[in-house]
Design a protein around this ligand. Structure first.
Ligand code: ASP
Length: 416
């Protein structure tokens, strides 16, 4: 069995959905599990609906916009009397209902934002059936068990693996299973999400629990590249293959081509991961697996929306290990991860992803012990395996606020 993952960009319009069906037609000899994300920018739109609702602004107009976006796609795929219209109306009714429930913010976020994947999989499933692709629609929440960390559900692997035992029997009946990325269910019975862009991880969870032959992530790029071609078009090359370790490090530094949690479950089971282009499936793409490559070219990763926080001691003592421990435990309690850090005699600075909802709480807590300064709107550039040319280009950049060089990696935090 193979696992395929189609992201939001691959199903952003009716042409995209048709293309998914066309790709699947060429793989009919294998049992397939297809993981699909919300269409286009639906998840962002659902986040916006939530914030408008909280701000007492016109969220209904935004819901209508999102409905129209999906209706436009459906109009190109289905006749007027097709049952899909009622299915989708029902999901939008659930959305309005969920908004009105009194819940903690993160819990409500998951009940609302998860519906993007429910909508997209209903549409794609109905379309596949119309195309004689006999697929079963599965609710991923019945299989992926998480704890109650809403917005960042942690997988209960044992419980998930147990639930997935039913899947091989379903695959004997239907050759294709279609399910949602990004979502699971907590033990208390509520929907959870696995973190933004988490659908790749969903594909890896299914593959790992079911010992799949491989996972393929279908993307709008020809494979994994050494740099985002939109940023540095003249330096971009596609890797034919990459070791798991290298791919994992790339995602750690912020390469958005694969979600950071995807590699580990696959590497642990030795399941290869292919990144292929959905516009031209004949391209070879990149194979990520256990292999050794002697000379990798410089790999450049841009991570935007970074925030640099500096904690300065106030009483002319030096920064102590105890003070650092208190900073680390505050970060850990707020579920914030340091991307790069540096200390001097009287201050400790670190760079984190900027999260509007967390930054105020962080500053307040740190302020109890330190003078705190922060800058937002920064980009963290990481050059792994740098050579003379890339070192020259990114070292001492104008607007740099922090720079670190190790034997193989250069990192620069910069206001671009
Ligand atoms: N739809 C979710 C997001 O946009 C998950 C995903 O696309 O992987 O974050």
């Amino acid at each position: 069995m193979k696992v395929f993952k189609f992201g939001g960009a691959s199903v952003k319009d009716a042409e995209g959905v048709k293309n998914v069906a066309a790709i699947l037609h060429t793989y009919t000899q294998h049992p397939l599990i297809i993981v699909v994300s919300a269409m286009g920018k639906t998840t962002n739109a659902l986040e916006k609906i939530l914030s408008l609702y909280y701000a007492n602004q016109n969220y209904l107009a935004e819901i209508d916009k999102l409905k129209k976006y999906h209706y436009d796609i459906m109009r190109e795929l289905f006749l007027e009397l097709h049952p899909v219209w009622k299915d989708i109306d029902d999901v939008f009714a659930t959305l309005i209902n969920e908004l009105k429930k009194k819940r903690a913010d993160d819990q409500q976020y998951d009940q609302v934002v998860s519906l993007g994947e429910v909508i997209s999989t209903i549409i794609v499933h109905r379309y596949l059936l119309n195309q004689q692709l006999i697929a079963e629609w599965l609710d991923a929440r019945n299989f992926i068990v998480t704890d109650s960390t809403y917005r960042e559900g942690k997988i209960d692997w044992e419980a998930t693996e147990e639930k997935m035992q039913q899947i091989p029997t379903i695959l004997q009946r239907k050759k294709i299973i279609l399910t949602q990325g990004f979502i699971g269910r907590s033990r208390e019975g509520l929907t959870t999400t696995l973190g933004r862009d988490g659908s790749d991880f969903t594909a890896a969870i299914f593959a790992s629990c079911l010992h799949a032959q491989s996972v393929t992530i279908w993307k709008d790029v020809p494979g994994v590249m050494n740099v985002d071609p939109k940023r540095v078009p003249d330096a971009a090359i596609v890797f034919d293959e990459l070791p798991f370790k290298e791919a994992a490090e790339m995602t750690y530094y912020g390469a958005s081509v694969i979600h950071p949690k995807t590699i580990k479950p696959l590497a642990n089971k030795g399941i290869p991961l292919y990144v292929k282009n959905f516009d031209d499936p004949s391209l070879p793409g990149t194979k990520i697996h256990e292999c050794k490559i002697d000379h990798l070219p410089p790999l450049i990763v841009f991570k935007d929306n970074q925030c640099l926080v500096s904690c300065k001691v106030t009483d002319y003592t030096f920064v102590s290990e105890d003070q650092m421990r208190s900073i680390f435990s505050t970060l850990s309690e707020l579920n914030l991860r340091i991307n790069v850090m540096q200390n001097s005699a009287i201050s400790f600075s670190f760079c984190i992803d900027f999260r509007q909802d967390k930054i105020a709480a962080l500053i307040k807590r740190l302020h109890e012990h330190f003078e705190v300064y922060y800058n937002t709107g920064l980009t963290l550039i990481t050059v792994k395996n740098y050579d003379a040319k890339t070192f020259e280009k990114y070292h001492h950049m104008k607007g740099a606020l922090m720079e670190q060089v190790s034997r193989s990696t250069l990192q620069v935090l910069v206001k671009l």
